[in-house]
Design a protein around this ligand. Sequence first.
Ligand code: GLP
Length: 244
Amino acid sequence: HIYASSKDASKAVAIEIADLIRKKAAEGKPCILGLATGSSPKTVYAELVRMHREEGLSFKNVVSYNLDEYYPMEPDSIYSYHRFMKEQLFDHVDIPTTHYHLPGGTLPAQRIQEFCKAYEQEIEEAGGLDFQLLGIGGNGHIGFNEPGSLINSHTRLITLDHSTRAAAAAEFGGLHKVPRKAITMGVTTILNAKRVVLLAWGERKAAVIKGAVEGEVTEKNPASYLQTHGNATFIIDQHAAVEL
Ligand code: GLP
């Protein structure tokens, strides 16, 4: 779906998420969301916060699992995805603090594998992700599933691509300050979601969007795996669509 602006697109995504939250609440069920960081979802979170404040949208039945976190990373660091999520969404809505989950950036190395397994198991036991929100890296990564990630990959520790670290360098104040690793949900974990929405804004995403949507399904562009999902939508602005 191509929208004139990222603002219009974000509103549509926020409405879909809000409708799902309300529908689940009416059924007396939790709404299991897979959430993303990066600049793209910020406008969606801002709209959800507005809906909470002005329309009484409640997040009490929301249970969320974030895609990824840098490793190592302190949760209160200004660069952490923990902090990002609190600042953009969790601190402004009524989601109980025990309901949101992110991969741990401070786990001892020997506990990471066990953690990743438990993270997936928890999602599965919760009934699976009802909705997964995604951004896309310039190299096609989803979460931090860098090119080369397999379609059957699970939640794991991954080494970040140079291009991914370079893209984050300005924010971190230098390439040397960007962590070399991250913990990310796997491609399988993402594809198991009942609904997937990938966001992309701006011309800098145009080439990778073309590859993901019109190119072959390939590990070279992990977002292309979404072509194999029965209920995935790329929601993009007109600038990200210029090469389609
Ligand atoms: C990071 C995140 C991804 C995100 C990507 C693109 O690498 N781990 O989940 O999709 O950045 O970010 P942006 O939305 O800022 O372009």
